[in-house]
Write a protein that binds this ligand. Sequence first.
Ligand code: CP3
Length: 344
Amino acid sequence: MNKLKNDLLLRALKGETVERPPVWMMRQAGRYLPEYMVLRRKYDFFTRVQTPELACEITLQPIDIVGSDAAILFCDILVIPQALGLEVQMVANKGPFLPVTTTTQADIDRLTVEGAEDQLEYVYDAINLTKKELNGRVPLIGFAGAPFTLLCYMVEGQGSKAFNTAKQFCFAQPELAHQLLDKITTATIAYLRRQVEAGADCIQVFDSWSGLLSESDFKIFAEPYLLKIANALSPSVPVILFPKGSWYALENLSNSSASALGVDWCVNPKLARSLTQNRITLQGNFDPNHLLKPIADIKREVHQMIDAFGKDRYIVNLGHGILPNIPVSHAKAFVDAVKSYPNR
Ligand code: CP3
């Protein structure tokens, strides 16, 4: 394997002292980039995901264009439901749609966990190719959706603001919910192990909807499965857990085998640090909407954010994915502000 020329991310994940923190952006490969839009007009979403040459090209775009310190593979969390046997469509202006939802014992029994990871060879091929093309410039992050977040889509069948149907399924039929979460977890662990074998340097697990749960429900339906995934992968590869909105989970998860925790903008950096002490690296938490502010403000706010988190055991990121209407120059200003730290 190529030695990394820029290993800031991996050093921050180990808790080593760094000159400056590393920076990348969730959803950095996406619709704010004109170069992505060219490919988006030519190929449909799952063609882009399933064609290693396209996935590789899209993954590299933000490295070349905005200069992130890490690449994240262009793929989607919904490839696991697909590998378990479900149809997933990406509907224009609407997002994911699963025509058949998973809500009964028979639905769960139909999901094929055995060999599910073998359905996703195109992901491992994309990782292989991307590692080659990166040639050690920056590390490559692999990822998956957390079991609770995938349950949300599998039960609800589409995106939602509150995922009431999915939550009601958990509370009314907890036994079925745990069977489903178990199946997703088993498939996800096998899938992530294959990503690591293919060359992923680090793994992020996106629990995008865990913040819809109360603390006690999080402990039942989200945390055990996040911990199972982290324990299965660590220490062979560093794992970043991103339980979006679940600030109450930080203290407990900071005692887990994960290397880092993602935080959104609703958590004050000082509070996040006091909940986790200096036990774990934190990642986040710039409000993506602040990227519409003037560039001078972005730079000042990024420096203030680094001061608040502290430069060590810290990965600069947004608090959630970058939005399609952000000018590329502002995304680049965000990254450049980190690179110029501590010089104001
Ligand atoms: O971060 C990256 O640059 C890597 C690529 C990536 C995508 N999806 C590509 C994508 C990652 C890490 C994801 C994860 C993902 N997918 C999550 C977790 C992160 C989060 O945002 O909370 C979730 C919940 C999904 C499910 C999903 N995929 C939704 C809800 C949508 C539609 C909404 C949207 O943002 O467009 C997608 C489609 C999707 N996945 C796009 C991209 C670039 C947009 C497709 C397009 O229009 O080109």
